[in-house]
Design a binder for this molecule. Structure first.
Ligand SMILES: [Zn+2]
Length: 269
């Protein structure tokens, strides 16, 4: 499942590939993955080009030349990227843009938890993104004060996109490991010092993952892009039963808020 670093890696690929690209046409194979375009391919041409690629949390937005905005959510298995037009059309390609130079921008999503939403413009995008918490890469200093009043476990708060946008199961576990906090600990039992440590751990884990192009685990791939390499540097995620890299104690795993969670019983309290 792509999280912030993987989505930002896609955004970077798109910024490179779509700068000065011309959109010559659009073909839609499945309209039920697209909201707001009213089944009109013309609306999805975005005025014939892209002026910017934005990201907040796990959502991407392409700003069209006509001012319209296409929000892209990758969900669990979504891929969105530019490939040569001669590249084989893989199954579950739901929408395809013809670009200049014989290239294609394609949206592929086998499980269809992702989707595309066409908005009128920046105001509608700002409204949509205001419903999300702050982006996990730029959490304000006062973020922790809101978190310590929540009634849930800290792991649940990290997964709640309304509390912080962009974190999923991998980076929640990694940040909690780096901060030395047990995932099941109630938010209200955290001190100001704990949440300050967590805020800086999130930032440092996400930045390190970004430098590696994200993590490539299971279904996540980048269409027309490279592979992430951060999976080799994960401290706890996917390492249940293996020794903690800090103290050597066997890492434990349990379901926390319905998600498999891994932590070190010694280093994380
Ligand atoms: Zn340990």
């Amino acid at each position: 499942v792509p999280e912030l670093p993987e989505v930002e890696a896609v955004a970077r690929d798109l910024r490179r590939a779509l700068a000065s690209a011309v959109i010559e046409g659009v073909t839609v194979h499945r309209w039920d993955v697209i909201d707001g375009a009213g089944r009109r391919c013309g609306a999805l041409r975005l005025g014939g080009g892209i002026t910017g690629v934005l990201r907040h949390g796990k959502q991407l937005a392409l700003v069209g030349k006509d001012g319209s905005v296409l929000v892209v959510q990758l969900g669990m298995t979504g891929e969105f990227g530019v490939v040569p037009g001669r590249a084989p059309m893989i199954p579950h390609t739901h929408a395809c843009w013809d670009l200049d130079g014989g290239r294609h921008l394609r949206f592929v999503d086998p499980r269809r938890f992702g989707g595309l939403t066409l908005l009128d413009g920046h105001e509608a995008l700002a409204e949509r993104w205001a419903r999300l918490g702050p982006d996990a890469l730029s959490l304000p200093a006062q973020w922790g004060e809101a978190i310590i009043h929540r009634r849930t476990a800290i792991k649940a708060a990290l997964l709640d996109q309304g509390a912080v946008a962009g974190v999923g199961n991998i980076y929640a576990d990694e940040a909690l490991a780096l901060a030395g906090i047990q995932p099941a600990r109630p938010c209200r039992k955290l001190s100001k010092h704990d949440v300050a440590k967590l805020r800086s751990a999130l930032c440092s884990v996400l930045r390190a993952a970004l430098r590696s192009g994200g993590s490539t685990v299971r279904t996540y791939r980048r269409l027309g892009g490279g592979q992430g390499a951060f999976q080799a540097k994960l401290r706890v995620y996917g390492r249940s039963g293996q020794p903690c890299l800090g103290c050597g104690m066997t890492l434990r795993s349990a379901q926390v808020v319905g998600r498999t969670t891994v932590w070190c019983p010694t280093c994380q309290t």
